[in-house]
Design a protein around this ligand. Structure first.
Ligand code: WTA
Length: 654
């Protein structure tokens, strides 16, 4: 299928200076990995990481699929991300350009960031927080948010960042599952000119109960807004760090030491705490900065993700700092003060490398159709040299607009396919080597043994769609699900596939001619709304927890801007409402879901029915619901349907 689409060869000017220059260089790395898999990774780990104690064993498969990488090596991630640059003469280089919501910006050098992190780390230590403890970070985009993560890494505490858009209940569930000893937060966050609460949500989460493990709540003062303060438990960050020494000896940890846990949605049950390592994770975060983004000393890099998601971990907090890059950290939203904010920010900070989500691109295309003043052509984007996308498939139209209107046809686009579980990029064009095809993430990075298999784990011929798997373990992969090793095995190394293939959860197809991969979407009940992962079961559980609701089923509906949107089919305990009453209850339920999970999980559409379409054995026919959500006519066989009359009722929104 990709064959009919146009390929865009890499630009010669880019190839000339690229870290991986030309397909021959890519092929050579792949051949090295194929020839001596462990030797390949060992070489890279020695070249790209500063080890306190070198490792002697590269890959330990004894307890597969609980793989260990560089097991007896010792290192500190924060040392690699900060101290290294003080030694190599980059101390005064800008690490972070903080672009605040209101457009003010601050530059923080590596020396300053190092000092901030050391004081923060000493502050945590003064509270008795130590190696192996879990710390929840519930903050918005800020230098302090990045410093909080690095400070945890410095003392060997395992952080778990919770996105600031999650509700008190979601926060509480994560605090309990992680058994956190402390929560780091801010008084409030600023987004789009509005103040939104953070600390009060932490208070609410802790008041829900079960969080006795939490001894400290550390509060960064962002807005100065009024908040509740509980003596003995709550501390101001500025007071905590005020008298701390500016140096903090890193805690040297084993390569396998858990750097962080990040909760993400799966197809069943509660969110999974994806556990990552220190050594293997850091290696890939650093290396993909050099390979996928071709990062160079003079680059100004900007990833628009939030630290609450994995992209903000690997490609804000760790990757860019590991390679000593200058990066923009952005507090605001793409549409404030207007939809030209991204382009204006690129122009002001002379951003050269820009990484964002397809949803953002699509919404900015729409915005510039409505208001031509915010079209990228009105801004000086000549500093750009590379563009990237992440989080969801990019449609070829959006790709072309990004390529021509933003990149002026002179910037390669890296369409990076990866996941919370993979720690870093997996399948992506290399900007100085791979001819690009809009909508395809092209080829696996060297050393990533991606393949496409059928339901029994047999590899499929090119051109046939199937399930995306990875055949060999790689250094930055998920280590386990926190507190749930059995679920880790069942979710990612299912016995049906033989137990030794990593199952990504995505469908994919590989082109017969080019060998290029195209991701066709999730094969499980996970939705991707604006690049955010959401489990349908989670939203269903939230809905049925409402006293009005008897039954609920949630499906994804294709959406021109957000990729997918959430459509909920609901059966109430009372008679099925219509008109104004239906709209009122729908509104109530949407707010309910926002309170249960967070505003990002609000169904865009709710449809009420007397019943849900079920097979005679009582199974909800989700396939049919997806057809109804889309508004397509039902053409499939509904003879197994217990109650066919329900289809009409469910075909219109409340
Ligand atoms: C989807 C985000 C197509 C995919 C880094 C994956 C993509 C899920 C791409 C992971 C891409 C991510 N093309 N689909 N370039 N990148 N996805 O864990 O379905 O939030 O499984 O990690 O996003 O989402 P997650």
């Amino acid at each position: 299928m990709t064959e009919q689409r146009t390929a865009f060869p890499p630009l010669p000017s880019f190839v000339d200076q690229a870290t991986i220059s030309g397909m021959a260089a890519y092929d050579a790395l792949c051949a090295e990995a194929a020839r001596d898999y462990e030797g390949y990774w060992a070489r890279l780990a020695r070249e790209h990481i500063a080890w306190k104690q070198p490792f002697s064993r590269t890959l330990d498969e004894d307890d597969a699929p609980f793989y260990k990488w560089f097991g007896d090596g010792r290192l500190n991630v924060s040392y690699n991300c900060l101290d290294r640059h003080l030694i190599d003469g980059n101390a005064d280089k800008t690490a972070i350009i903080f672009e605040a919501d209101d457009g003010m910006s601050t530059h923080v050098s590596y020396r300053e960031l190092h000092e901030k992190v050391c004081k923060f780390a000493n502050g945590l230590k003064s509270r008795g927080i130590k190696k192996g403890d879990r710390v929840i970070i519930y903050m918005s985009m800020s230098v302090e948010g990045v410093a909080a993560m690095q400070a945890c890494a410095r003392i060997g505490a395992t952080h778990s960042v919770v996105f600031g858009g999650f509700s008190a209940k979601s926060l509480q569930e994560r605090i309990i599952d992680a058994g956190a000893v402390a929560v780091i937060t801010a008084d409030e966050q600023l987004r789009g000119g509005k103040r939104l609460p953070l600390k009060s949500i932490v208070d609410e989460a802790l008041a829900l109960g079960g969080c006795d493990s939490v001894k400290d709540v550390i509060v960064y003062r962002r807005t100065g807004g009024t908040i509740g303060f509980e003596a003995g438990r709550d501390l101001w960050l500025h007071e905590l760090v005020a008298s701390q020494p500016a140096k903090c000896e890193p805690e040297w940890v084993d390569a396998e030491h858990p750097l962080f846990i990040l909760y993400t949605s799966g197809s069943t049950g509660t969110p999974k705490g994806v556990q990552h390592s220190s050594g293997g994770y850091l290696l890939w975060a650093a290396l993909t900065m050099k390979w996928s983004f071709d990062i160079k000393p003079g680059d100004v890099y900007w990833c628009t993700a939030d630290i609450g998601w994995v992209t903000g971990h690997s490609y804000i907090a760790y990757g860019p700092t590991a390679v000593g890059a200058t990066q923009v950290v952005f507090e605001g939203i793409p549409t404030f003060p207007n939809a030209g904010r991204f382009w204006d920010t690129i122009a002001r900070h002379k951003v050269s490398t820009f990484y964002t989500a397809p949803t953002a691109i699509r919404s900015l295309i729409k915005a510039s159709d409505v208001d031509p003043k915010v079209h990228p052509k009105n801004y000086d984007l000549s500093s750009l040299r590379l563009l990237g996308t992440v989080g969801e498939p990019i449609n070829p139209e959006a790709w072309m607009w990004y390529y021509t209107q933003v990149g002026g046809e002179k910037c390669p686009i890296v369409d990076t396919f990866w996941q919370t579980e993979t720690g870093g990029h997996m399948i992506t064009p290399l900007p100085g080597a791979t001819p690009m095809v809009p909508g395809s993430c092209t080829l696996p990075l060297p050393g990533i043994m991606a393949a496409i298999v059928d339901e029994a784990g047999n590899e499929l011929a090119d051109g046939q769609g199937g399930m995306l798997v990875v055949k060999r373990p790689w250094p930055s992969m998920i280590r386990t699900i926190w507190n749930n090793p059995e679920r880790f095995k069942a979710s990612y190394f299912p016995a049906e596939l033989g137990g030794n293939l990593y199952l990504a959860g995505d469908g994919a197809i590989r082109d017969e001619h080019s060998g290029y991969f195209t991701i066709t979407g999730r094969i499980d009940d996970v939705l991707n709304v604006s690049g955010h992962r959401m489990g349908t079961m989670e939203i269903e559980s939230a809905l049925v927890a409402n006293p009005l609701v008897a039954e609920a089923a949630v499906v994804g509906k294709p959406d021109a801007t957000t990729g997918e949107s959430i459509c909920a089919f609901v059966v109430l305990k009372q008679a099925t409402p219509s008109g104004e009453e239906a709209r009122k209850i729908a509104l109530e339920l949407r707010d309910w879901v926002a309170k249960e999970i967070g505003p990002i999980a609000k169904p865009k559409e709710i449809r009420f029915g007397d019943n849900l379409p079920k097979t005679r054995s009582g199974k909800i026919m989700r396939r049919l619901l997806r057809v109804l959500a889309k508004g397509d006519p039902v053409t499939q066989d509904v003879s197994t349907l217990e109650n066919p009359a329900i289809l009409d009722q469910l075909s219109t929104p409340a």
